[in-house]
Each structure stands twice: as C-alpha cells, then as structure tokens.
Design a protein around this ligand. Structure first.
Ligand SMILES: O=C(O)CCC(=O)C(=O)O
Length: 204
C-alpha cells in the first residue's frame, strides 16, 4: 500500500487545527492508472445541468455525473478508483460525484458541502484525473485564510467534515490553456440523504 499511515500521520497536512483537517496526497494513484481511469471516465454519460442564479437560468459550467457505489452498473474505472480510495483511507464511502471540466472556462464556484448530506465525521475525498487545476480553499471568517492547491492527476485531497463549516472551496476559471480534468468526490451519505441540493446558494 502506498500510504499505510495515510490518516494517522502528518504526511501532506495542509491544515490541522480546530477548524478541521485538510490533507493533500500527490501521487496517491500511479500516473498510468490515473490516465486509464481518466480515459474511461470521459466516456460515461455526462450531464449538462442548468441552474437558477439571481433569477436567471444559467448553464452549470462543467459536466456532472453521480453514482452510488453499490450501483451494479458502476463503471469499472470507478469501481477500481473506489477500491483504491478505500485501500488508502480505510473509509467506507458510499457515493461518488463526478465533475468534468472541459477546459479553463469550466469551474466550480466557492461552496461548501451541506453538512446534513454528509455522514458526520466523514471527510470528502477528491480524486483528480486529467489536467491539473487549482483549488482555492478560503476560510469563511476573517482573516479569511486562503489555501491554493494545484490538484495533480492521481492526487487525493481529503477535507474533513468540520472544514465544510469553516471553509469554502472552488475551482476557479483560468485563462491559461488547460486540458480536460475529471474530479471524483467520494462521500459518505447518511441514510435517506438524496445528494441533491448539494451546494450552497452561490454555486454555478
Ligand atoms: O473538482 C473538484 O476537485 C472539486 C469538486 C467539488 O468541489 C465538488 O464536487 O463539490
């Protein structure tokens, strides 16, 4: 196993205090494996969503897909990725939310996960595939500490449950030419949580 002490050590810790814990693990998955998953997941059925914002319907600037991990029709690449993340974290996630950022115009606005749609105490594990994109993590309270993390293919970012209370995270648009990226967000949903209505009000 690449990181047997993944959750127990201070390896890759970007934040570890009363506001939560954030851990970045570049190379959690070998580059060739990440590339194969990326190629396979590009071919799943992706959804273009529209969302109401400030009284107008707008395109969500990325494509999305979501799966329960017990879905018998789970794409093979996602099954393998879920098993790898389980091996690394020893955490029994039960859902995967996928984002496909086609290029630098695609983004996700600052938001936090709704805590009632996450099993208390479970982190979110974000697996990155494809192009590297920067994530900005910003504290909600002054002095509004900011963490910028360049999420490389094959990396895993773990954000603890508590961080969702204290920080927003975003993938900003970029003018730098950049290829496609897929993120897979593994979460543990509480029983009965739909996974819909997932974002804060500023999401697009
Ligand atoms: O693409 C990412 O890494 C972030 C995705 C995200 O913030 C989300 O799915 O809530």
């Amino acid at each position: 196993m690449a990181h047997p002490d993944l959750l127990g050590s201070d390896h890759g810790l970007l934040l570890d205090d009363a506001s939560g814990r954030i851990r970045y693990m570049p190379g959690a998955v070998a580059a060739e494996r990440a590339q194969v998953w990326f190629a396979q997941l590009q071919r799943i059925e992706w959804h273009a969503e529209r969302r109401e914002m400030y009284g107008r319907e707008v395109d969500v600037p990325r494509l999305t897909a979501s799966f329960r991990l017990d879905d018998p029709a789970l794409p093979a690449a996602l099954r393998e990725a879920a098993d790898a993340v389980l091996g690394l974290t020893k955490l029994a996630f039960n859902s995967a939310g996928l984002n496909l950022y086609r290029d630098g115009h695609d983004s996700v606005a600052p938001h936090n996960d709704h805590l009632d749609e996450l099993q208390r105490g479970y982190p979110i594990a974000l697996l990155s595939l494809g192009a590297t994109r920067r994530m900005t993590i910003r504290a909600k309270q002054p002095p509004r500490r900011v963490l910028n993390v360049d999420l490389e293919p094959g990396s895993l970012l773990l954000m603890s449950w508590r961080t969702q209370r204290h920080y927003d995270h975003a993938i900003p648009k970029t003018r730098t030419p950049v290829g496609a990226r897929i993120s897979v967000a593994f979460r543990r949903r509480p029983q009965g949580a739909s996974g819909a209505g997932f974002y804060g009000t500023n999401e697009a």
